[in-house]
Design a protein around this ligand. Structure first.
Ligand code: PEP
Length: 251
């Protein structure tokens, strides 16, 4: 069975309602659906009900940028995954480096979020990756292993096949500095082998691993040509319809 290919647009904390609807309409009207390809938009939380309406008659999937690790209840200011489900989010980003860095999210906390999402059949896209300092100290593989290990230690094997990973080297996010296709492919192969070791080989062969970090029209084709790169998580370039559609075309 072929792995699903993804082009996912992380809008981060950008766009007001009018522009968000306009961008979604533009992408929706020009998108030519392809088999085995999933397009997912990740608006900020307040925009989700609006974008959910715009996507009602579309193959484009909706995702959230964050979730609570609790289903619902007295957690003021948090995003209930039950609400995300009711608003038709089928994906949720977790472990984005901006959340790990600015909100001190630990590997264990992220694993709990993965658990709550899978219990609702929302697919977690689990972001992992190293900083420049960690790469220079050559501790990046250990860091990535720990990020993956926390997930397979926490989650029951019956949900392992419903996970997606995104390798996002922190030094490439929003910096304009992309990992070369060779650099990315090497780490993707490592991630797949670690999924095989910490999960199992079948799950490893079926798990989509996306690359994220300054992906743009000029480098998308090269990155996507690699066997172990199953799609792109796009930040900055997903805010421009032409660039995002161009990246989708490369897939
Ligand atoms: C991201 O934030 O997930 C990301 C990949 O951002 P950018 O494409 O802007 O580097």
């Amino acid at each position: 069975m072929a792995r699903m290919n993804y082009i996912a647009g992380n809008w981060k904390m950008n766009l007001l309602p009018e522009m968000a609807v306009e961008l979604t309409e533009l992408i929706k009207s020009q998108l030519v659906p392809k088999p085995n390809q999933e397009i997912v938009l990740f608006p900020q939380t307040g925009l989700i009900p609006l974008i959910s309406q715009v996507l009602l008659d579309s193959t484009i999937q909706l995702g959230a940028q964050n979730t609570s690790d609790q289903l619902s209840g007295a957690y003021t200011g948090e995003n209930s995954p039950e609400l995300l489900k009711a608003l038709r989010c089928s994906y949720c980003l977790i472990g984005h480096s901006e959340r790990r860095q600015y909100f001190s999210e630990s590997d264990e906390f992220i694993a709990r979020k993965a658990e709550v999402l899978t219990s609702l059949k929302i697919t977690p896209i689990i972001c992992i990756g190293e900083s420049l300092e960690e790469r220079e100290k050559e501790i990046h593989l250990e860091k990535i292993t720990n990020q993956i290990k926390a997930i397979y230690q926490r989650l029951e094997p019956d949900v392992w096949s419903g996970l997606v990973f995104a390798y996002e080297p922190i030094w490439a996010i929003g910096t304009g500095k992309t990992a070369t296709a060779d650099q990315a492919d090497e780490i993707h192969k490592f991630i797949r082998s670690e999924i095989g070791r910490l999960g199992n080989e079948f799950v490893a062969s079926q798990t989509s691993i996306l690359y994220g970090g300054s992906a743009k029209p000029s480098n998308a084709k090269e990155l996507l040509s690699r066997e172990d790169i199953d799609g792109l998580l796009v930040g900055g370039a997903s805010l421009n319809a032409d660039d995002f559609l161009n990246i989708i075309e490369s897939c």
